[in-house]
Design a protein around this ligand. Sequence first.
Ligand code: XUL
Length: 574
Amino acid sequence: MATSLPEDALFLGFDSSTQSLKATVLDGNLVIVASESIHFDSELPHYKTKDGVYRDPSENGRIVSPTLIWVEALDLLLEKLKSKVDYKKIIAISGSGQQHGSVYWSKNGKAILASLDPLKSLRIQLEDAFSVKDSPIWMDSSTTLQCKEIEAAVGGALELSKLTGSRAYERYTGPQIRKIYQTKPDVYNNTERISLVSSFMASLLIGDYARIDETDGAGMNLMDIRQRSWSKIVLEATAPGLEEKLGQLVPAHAVAGLISSYFVDRFDFRKDCVIIQWSGDNPNSLAGFVLEIILTSKLMKIGSGTSCLTLNTPGDLAISLGTSDTVFGITSEPKPSLEGHVFPNPVDPNCYMVMLVYKNGSLTREDVRNRYAERSWDVFNSYLEKTPPLNGGRLGFYYKEHEILPPLPVGFHHYVLGSIDSLDEAEVSQVGEFDPPAEVRAIIEGQFLSMRGHAERFGMPTPPNRIIATGGASSNEYILKSIANIFGCPVYTVQRPDSASLGAALRAAHGWLCNKEGHFVPISSLYGDKLDKTSLSAKLASPAGDENLLSKYTLLVNKRMQIEKSLLEKFGRG
Ligand code: XUL
């Protein structure tokens, strides 16, 4: 059944990410009509962030962002976007937030939100709204102790994973909340509400505390993944009185509320514009990914699987290459394990999304570029072009930040295999630096060999039917070619690398439709009749690599996983 969106309506999607706030606007035919962004470091320099964050020199692994930067960016972005878009036509807004980051509202937070004056900026009015000024974010790795305590209290890491979809991770919100409770009990007690970045931004838009959606809620180590409600046992293991501070959970397609009068009066939005629940950045990208699967399936005239697009072979994977790199797909049968994450699917209540996350994404690629490729992407690409696949058996492990997968501390490690003709028997030796071109190939191959090794271990399809690549680095043809060679499948890219704000605009339209129908409708009904009109199609960027090369990469993945295991034995958190 194709249900239509009003032709002259617009849908706005935000992405509140680590380094910027972005917006994408879609029309009723799902054509992108405008986009805009605010880059935190350069456009809000008075916060003195570097890459949107503060790295605390006095506490190992503590990484936070000033909460007010997100507040100020919202006013600024709406001001900038105004010249491009008639806000009166926007009938629904949704958004994406970097996952896991948390905001702590002081006791007067709700009252401040409810009485925002359109003549004053949000920043000025929200200065006293928080009990914690700097929000812990996903890059933080300072809560190992709390992770261990929470896992122990629920019967171990695997038990926690079965219950909440993930073992305890330092960046997850539960361990972060526990740390605040343990180290600053007064601050914890003076906190009226705890929001995720996603529900926080939605709160600004509705002028009230927005609820946490079930998908982003699964990134907290607090939610029972099957019941989609807070898990009493984990709440108790985390901090007292927590349920009250979290509020209730709702599905991602639900309406959070109507837009607050602040935005109606200050920016001329319509009063009946609905705010659809915000969710995490990866879940929002997944919403766009679902669209791509349906579109490319129809264009290629192949089946798009069952109504729940599954990860069973043949399956599809998405790789997002941003500040963090992520690999994700969809499944109907979640099998949480000691690695990777399971979240409810934000656009299909019967399905789940599965995901792997790497902290050393674009900033680490940039670091290697700066060290070995004269700070230039052109030089970096020329090195990728002139070095052979398999890199002559050179393998690199680059952790500029404390890595999530595998959990290893900061450090670069270099290895050479004795032969690339008989890889399975090749001797491995640890060496110093490679020459600059080999360093460049080693980081790129290393990142995707690791993704393939862990994706296989997590039960993701091998080889995938296809990979859809998004994020900044997905515009680099040499990187895409390496992905196609290493995974042995074609790689597609989307029209816009900013998949999270696009996904959010699609979810705004989807949530609007569900609200209009009075019940959940499949997201496919959004574009059922718009295939010819929408500009959102995926294009083939690199065909699958050759079979012979693929079998060599298969052996190289195994070697890499063995070396990784030995690094973990030596440096892992235990
Ligand atoms: C996901 C994760 C990162 C952030 C980045 O678990 O930690 O991908 O969402 O914004």
